[in-house]
Design a protein around this ligand. Structure first.
Ligand code: GCO
Length: 256
């Protein structure tokens, strides 16, 4: 039995939100390396152009699609533009996300909403637009990005925690409703990763020691360490897997 072809994404197109940098960009590169055509997304034109140029220079087939994931009209317009071009999104990675750290006693409702809109509501809206089109073709892959906070809370990041807990259940809701349409929806729960978003935590010696102490692997994760799981969930290898969240966390969530 040859299993390599199960992971081959040739002929597939993947849209990865928030992929100008960080985890999104690393997952986009992984999908590209497995053969997919990549649509990178970001809100900042300069950063997006730079990421497209880097992937193209590496020999991958990549383009940019700039829109703000919290702007529903812009999301719909982006999908309609792809429709007009005849571009079909076979794989959607709902990765775009922000962090805002503040104790709840001091947290403004507007900041709460901003995080929930960006990290959770966008995954529903973009997921719906992608899945309507996938349903017509009878197949598709949705990969939502959760977090350790899909399971566990940490002080100062309540809206993020609530959004990521929601991502876990949104993934199950998608799996329940869209399975009969030939769409599989799963999530990846990254542990503490070396990204710009986490730079303040990485630079804090106390936090750094806490992460290394709490993680069985005794180190932070690298963004490229999500690529394999992302390719698996985007590929035929996971055609009977849906509604799952796979933690890529060096074992952290399993250890007290
Ligand atoms: C934080 C971090 C989180 C973690 C995540 C691990 O401030 O708590 O930025 O985003 O990286 O919870 O999955």
């Amino acid at each position: 039995m040859n299993v390599n072809h199960l992971f081959d994404l040739s002929g597939r197109t993947a849209l990865v939100t928030g992929s100008s940098r960080g985890l999104g960009r690393a997952m986009a590169e992984g999908l590209a390396a497995a053969g997919a055509v990549i649509i990178l997304n970001g809100a900042d034109k300069g950063r997006l152009d730079e990421a497209v140029a880097a992937l193209t220079a590496a020999g991958y087939n990549a383009r940019g699609l700039r829109f703000d994931v919290t702007d529903e009209a812009a999301v719909i317009a982006a999908f309609e533009m792809l429709d007009a071009e005849g571009v079909e999104v076979d794989i959607l990675v709902n990765n775009a996300g922000i962090q805002f750290r503040r104790p709840m006693l001091d947290l403004e409702t507007s900041d709460w909403r901003r995080v929930i809109d960006t990290n959770l509501t966008s995954a529903f809206v973009i997921g719906r637009e992608a899945a309507r089109r996938m349903a017509r073709r009878g197949r598709g892959k949705v990969i939502n990005i959760g977090s350790l906070t899909s399971e566990l809370a940490r002080a100062t990041v309540a809206p993020y925690t609530v959004a990521k807990g929601g991502i876990k259940m949104l993934t199950k809701a998608m799996a329940a409703e869209w399975g009969e349409l030939g769409i599989q929806a799963n999530a990846i729960g990254p542990g503490y990763m070396l990204t710009d978003m986490n730079q303040a935590l990485i630079d804090n010696p106390t936090f750094d020691a806490w992460v290394k102490g709490r993680t069985p692997a005794r180190r932070w994760g690298r963004p490229d360490e999500l690529a394999g799981t992302c390719v698996y969930l985007a590929s035929a290898a996971s055609d009977y897997v849906s509604g799952q969240i796979i933690y890529v966390d060096g074992g952290m969530i399993s250890m007290l």
